[in-house]
Design a protein around this ligand. Structure first.
Ligand code: NAD
Length: 393
């Protein structure tokens, strides 16, 4: 079979842009012509482009003119306008998580602790509607970069559900570590929420995806969320928190611990934890309790490799696993962290969609359900866990 050529561009030149670039290099189903990069800072885009031998573009529009597809690797506040601009020109947009959100009222002193959360929900729903409308009027699609959907353990669970007609009764999952690195993450006005959004979106999307898979396998229709109850906490901001320097503790107005209890339309449930207070390296896992099997999908850590190192300094030049605090003693080095995390698989799948029209596993409907559930969860948390209906489109 002749491979089709896909012309691609990257928007953003930071952390996510770098791992997207690495994943693009591994695409094998299509020929990829990486045309260039655009980000709003001239110096950054030039440095990113030079290091990788690609062109730096001066505007989003100029980049869009030359590609079939863009990778939207910019802060979430910019996702909606950039994705809509791409869709208007019938260009596909791979959009990083979270799809969209509410980033305050524009005031410098906006306070994420005290504003009425229904405002965030209304705004997020309007933003979802805007992206959905743009996709409906476009020949292209949103490809939602939720790597958990493409992580090998989640895809193996998809196969089990599809082939055994499993009924999922309860999903239990978590993303946690000791704190995100970006300084802006501490502020709701930059991040659109706290850990419930930033990290909770990953295991939540995987749970929503697996219930979609179950419904589609049984009667061709996704099983969607209908209600959520949630609690959020700011444990590192408690006056009684005793900071010993292991956990990031400079959050301004966001949550660092959250739990969402999600109810699906068939009455089954999911419990999703997210936190920024966990030592020992990143902890990303999802457990599925079904009527005919039980699976524990370990994304990170997993025991593909276990190493004992008696002297921390011996491993100073060796990457072990994301957010590990020490390399001394027993550890679980990830032999290919990107692969276990699903990054190359997701990018490969998206290029197959663009080139050959293959169906999208992580699509706009999944992204929309995820955002709708999370901002409904913030409304619930404001009411100390009262159940709130989830609006699906
Ligand atoms: N899937 C994952 O595991 C994962 C991991 C990290 C980040 N992310 C997501 O990726 C996105 C980017 O995060 P990051 O960590 O790379 O941030 P970053 O701060 O490292 O990089 C952001 C880049 O976007 C550029 N930018 C900002 N506003 C822009 C605009 N209006 N137009 C063009 N460029 C603009 C900046 O100049 C910068 O180059 C976020 O949505 C984040 O949640 C996902």
């Amino acid at each position: 079979m002749n491979k089709k050529n896909v012309k691609a561009g990257i928007v953003g030149a930071g952390f996510a842009a770098s791992f997207h670039f690495e994943a693009i290099r591994k695409v094998y189903a299509t020929d990829v012509e990486l045309v260039g990069v655009f980000c709003r800072t001239e110096q950054t885009r030039k440095a990113f482009a030079e290091k990788r031998g690609i062109k730096a573009f001066d505007s989003l529009e100029a980049l869009l003119d030359e590609v079939d597809l863009i990778h939207v690797c910019t802060p979430a506040v910019t996702h909606e306008p950039i994705a809509v601009e791409a869709l208007k020109r019938d260009k596909y947009a791979i959009v990083e998580k979270p799809l969209t959100g509410y980033f305050g009222d524009g005031s410098d002193d906006f306070n994420g602790d005290t504003f009425p959360k229904v405002k965030a929900l209304d705004h997020a729903l309007a933003s979802i509607r805007c992206i959905l409308d743009a996709e409906k009027n476009s020949k292209a699609k949103i490809l939602y970069a939720e790597n958990w959907v493409y992580a090998p353990s989640i895809q193996k669970e998809r196969e089990i559900i599809e082939k055994t007609d499993a009924q999922i009764l309860w999903i239990h999952g978590e993303e946690a570590h000791s704190g995100s690195h970006a300084t802006t993450y501490a502020y709701w006005k930059f991040s659109g929420g706290g850990v419930m959004l930033g990290k909770g979106c990953h295991p939540l999307a995987a749970a929503l995806y697996l219930k979609q898979v179950e419904g589609k396998a049984r009667d061709g229709r996704a099983i969607r969320p209908v209600a959520v109850s949630a609690r959020t906490h700011a444990l590192t901001r408690l006056p009684s928190f005793r900071d010993e320097g292991h956990i990031r503790a400079d959050y301004h107005d966001i949550d660092d611990f959250s739990i969402m209890h999600v109810i699906f339309e068939d009455g089954t449930i999911a419990d999703i934890f997210a936190s920024d207070i966990l030592l020992g390296g990143i902890h990303n896992w999802l457990e599925v309790a079904a009527n005919n099997h039980r699976s524990i999908c370990n994304i990170n850590p997993n025991t593909a490799m276990q190493t004992y190192n008696p002297v921390d300094a011996n491993f100073k030049d060796i990457y072990i696993v994301e957010k590990t605090g020490t390399k001394q003693g027993w550890s679980t080095p990830s032999p290919d962290e990107d692969w276990f995390t699903g990054y190359p698989q997701e990018i490969e799948a998206f290029y197959r969609t663009v080139a050959y029209g293959e169906p999208v596993q992580s699509d706009l409907s999944l992204a929309a359900d995820c955002i709708s559930t999370i901002y409904s969860a913030y409304v619930s948390a404001e009411k100390n866990g009262t159940e709130v209906a989830v609006r699906v489109f």
